[in-house]
Ligand binder design. Structure first.
Ligand SMILES: O=C(CO)[C@H](O)[C@H](O)COP(=O)(O)O
Length: 223
């Protein structure tokens, strides 16, 4: 029987437990795949010291499972960070930010020695760019930033009713040319008023746990 997308997310989350180090702090991202991971971790007998998280939702879930939380400013490094993605390509560059948490996610990813991405097969793509790029903006610069993004070839749409963890707004941008993801990540971030965007071309994953209909595959970046 065909497994649902949620079944596959659960499978990736369960496999990820094998990579959780005991007695360490770890980084934990945001999203439905990560929710399954937190649940699996909470129900397992793995003992970690605690986790740095990237959203209120993940914090709440950690608390629900009795997993201690530690603030990012209290650690100098994390051995590993677990998170999902909206798209991931064969070099393990990603588009993230569907949940609007890409700024905190990039910070925790950069604090971590290893990034393990958990995804169902629908996320694995040969070319990034179908999923809109989330661009977090300072509210008063929103229109100015939107005009610059149009000049870059993108179509920005305000995410209505959404505020980021830091009180900023999100523009979801479709139509960008992501044939050179690093360049676009940098160009977007150079616009005054942009806080951070959801292209993870510099902060690639080190390992992808990909759940597919025929099983879970561990994928390293193909350079
Ligand atoms: O980047 C993210 C949140 O900002 C998530 O990792 C991404 O949106 C994937 O979410 P899901 O696991 O719900 O499919």
């Amino acid at each position: 029987m065909k497994q649902s997308q949620d079944d596959l997310k659960r499978l990736a989350a369960a496999k990820a437990l094998e990579f959780v180090p005991e007695n360490e702090y770890i980084g934990i991202g945001t999203g439905s795949t990560v929710n399954f991971f937190i649940e699996a971790l909470g129900k397992s007998d793995k003992k970690i010291k605690g986790a740095v998280t990237t959203s209120r939702k993940s914090s709440e879930l950690l608390a629900q499972y009795g997993i201690p939380e530690i603030h990012a400013n209290e650690v100098t490094r994390l051995p590993v960070y677990f998170d999902g993605a909206d798209e991931v390509n064969h070099t393990l560059q990603m588009i993230k930010g569907g949940g609007g948490a890409h700024l905190t996610e990039k910070i925790v990813a950069r604090l971590s020695e290893q990034f393990i991405c958990l995804a169902d097969e629908s996320k694995y793509v040969t070319r990034l760019g179908k999923f809109p790029v989330a661009v977090e903006v300072i509210p008063m610069a929103r229109s100015m930033v939107a005009r610059k993004i149009v000049a870059l070839g993108g179509n920005p749409e305000l995410r209505i009713g959404f505020k980021s963890f830091n009180g900023n707004e999100i523009l979801d941008v479709s139509g960008l040319d992501l044939s050179k993801p690093m360049e676009m990540e940098d160009r977007l971030n150079q616009i005054l008023g942009v806080v951070e965007n959801g292209i993870f071309a510099h902060d690639t994953a080190d390992l992808l746990i990909l759940a597919q209909q025929n099983g879970v595959e561990l994928i390293k970046p193909h350079i």
